[in-house]
Design a binder for this molecule. Structure first.
Ligand code: AP5
Ligand code: MG
Length: 216
């Protein structure tokens, strides 16, 4: 299955993606995660990207399309994947269409996780991420067993720079302006599945699974 998971910042894309990739055996392609890992490795690309990310701005379409292209082609034509956080502009959506056409492939479904703004703010401010493996927690909704330490790998948990209030506000504004138009883009093609993200982790996952059963 070739799946796209979208939704506003903090909607729960990453949290749902990590279960979906395991259960459906998909390659996880998260552009945000790719930029953060690149920065952690001290690479120029990641360091440059973080200058935009930390303030809540988008990385350029050109750079983002290129890292996705490389990744998709490296995985090969028949690889099933889940895209988390890409595309994020209409221009990226068109670039993705072209990449898939070149690969004689197409998306099977676009899952759009719908969450109201006040809930988003609470989720982002309480999020903690492992410095080492990127696993995500929430101080209230998904706390680690030991405060400040990752259950998965023992790494140190930190707050993402772009989860500070000013950046969050900017990310939400950019989402409205640049990313929301993609919803209509995919709706027009009959691919869009809206999921209520304002439920427990398990309930959101159950609804996504139910909707995907009709697709596969
Ligand atoms: P990215 O890392 O993709 O950030 P985002 O889209 O803003 O989304 P988040 O990762 O913040 O949220 P999420 O939806 O994954 O939620 P999560 O599961 O963590 O991108 C970061 C930046 O990189 C961008 O701002 C941009 O600068 C750049 N970038 C990335 N892709 C790009 C592109 N294509 N083009 C240009 N630039 C790009 O959940 C959030 C919190 O809520 C967690 O604490 C979680 O535990 C909690 N939570 C989740 N679900 C629930 C639930 N059901 N109940 C209670 N708590 C929940
Ligand atoms: Mg994420």
């Amino acid at each position: 299955m070739k799946l796209l998971v979208m939704g506003p910042p903090g909607a729960g894309k990453g949290s749902q993606a990590r279960r979906l990739v395991k259960d459906y055996q998909l390659t996880n392609i998260s552009t945000g995660e790719m930029f953060r890992q690149s920065a952690n490795r001290g690479e120029e690309l990641g360091k440059k990207a973080m200058e935009f990310i930390n303030d809540g701005n988008l990385v350029s379409d050109e750079i983002t399309n290129e890292i996705v292209r490389r990744r998709l082609f490296e995985e090969g034509d028949n690889q099933d994947f889940l895209l988390d956080g890409y595309p994020r502009t209409v221009s990226q959506a068109k670039a993705l269409d072209n990449m898939l056409k070149e690969m004689n492939s197409r998306l099977d479904a676009v899952v759009n996780i719908v969450v109201d703004k006040d809930i988003i703010l609470e989720r982002m401010v309480g999020r903690r991420v492992c410095k080492n493996c990127g696993y995500t927690y929430h101080v209230r909704y998904q706390p680690p067993k030991t405060q400040g330490t990752c259950d998965q790998c023992g790494g140190e948990l930190y707050q993402r720079e772009d989860d500070k209030l000013d950046s969050v506000r900017n990310r939400l504004r950019i989402y409205e302006e640049k990313t929301k138009p993609i919803i209509d883009y995919y709706k027009g093609r009959g691919m869009l599945i809206n999921i209520n993200g304002m439920q427990s982790f398990d309930a959101v996952y159950r609804d996504i699974n139910k909707a995907l059963r009709d697709v596969t």
